[in-house]
Ligand binder design. Structure first.
Ligand code: CO
Length: 211
């Protein structure tokens, strides 16, 4: 059996199991999607949103990319954000990073990862530059990278607050709240590190007044 065939086999078993527990399971899910949360996480295979939060299909709308970045020109992320906020009307947007993130680690080195990865990781180098004094104070390498993971999540939350998608929803519907979390690969626990309640004021330079 090829490795991918195991996935298809497990899928059949899973579908049968769900139907056995609740015959209407898929009918209900197929009709309606009303998640309360939008999750922006790392593509890392060890950080599956539903599993680590004990949630079911239908509860979290998910976008994942390398090192859970929020880039203001990323059409993929913005389309997912717009759909989640404007149409699904989620109440919370969560940027969830994780300690031991390979993307974060790579960005902190001088290694050339070739054009596309270099382009992507450049955004994390900017986070390092913005927080250089704080990061330089930390002597231990692992502790410094852990802090960078937290700061990257914090910058992600700020980047969300700078979008008109979020600002319009804040102005018109007083939602969603923005959360910055970090998941620990070593203990499986999520640490909330940063939060922005709906309506929080940011640097006026980024605030639009004609929404
Ligand atoms: Co990662």
């Amino acid at each position: 059996m090829y490795s991918y065939e195991r996935l298809l086999q497990e899928n059949k078993a899973w579908a049968a199991e769900q139907t056995a527990i609740n015959p209407e399971y898929f009918n209900i899910l197929a009709q309606l999607q009303t998640p309360e949360f939008f999750w922006i996480g790392c593509s890392d295979s060890r950080v599956p949103a539903n599993q680590i939060t004990g949630t079911q299909p239908g509860e979290i709308f998910v976008h994942r990319n390398v090192a859970n970045l929020v880039i203001n020109t990323d059409v993929n992320l913005l389309a997912a954000l717009d759909y989640a906020v404007t149409h699904l009307k989620v109440k919370h947007v969560i940027v969830c990073g994780h300690y031991g993130c390979g993307g974060i680690k790579a960005a902190a080195t001088q290694t050339d990862f070739k054009p596309v990865l270099n382009m992507w990781l450049r955004n994390i180098k900017d986070v390092i530059r913005h927080h250089k004094p704080e990061l330089d104070e930390i002597r231990d390498d692992e502790t410094r990278l852990d802090r960078l993971v937290e700061l990257n999540v914090q910058e992600g939350v700020y980047s969300l607050a700078k979008t008109t998608i979020i600002q319009r929803a804040w102005k018109q519907e007083q939602r969603p709240d923005l959360h910055g979390w970090v998941y620990g690969l070593k203990d499986g626990l999520i640490k909330p590190v940063f939060e922005m309640k709906a309506g929080t004021h940011i640097d006026p330079l980024y605030e639009y007044d004609n929404l």
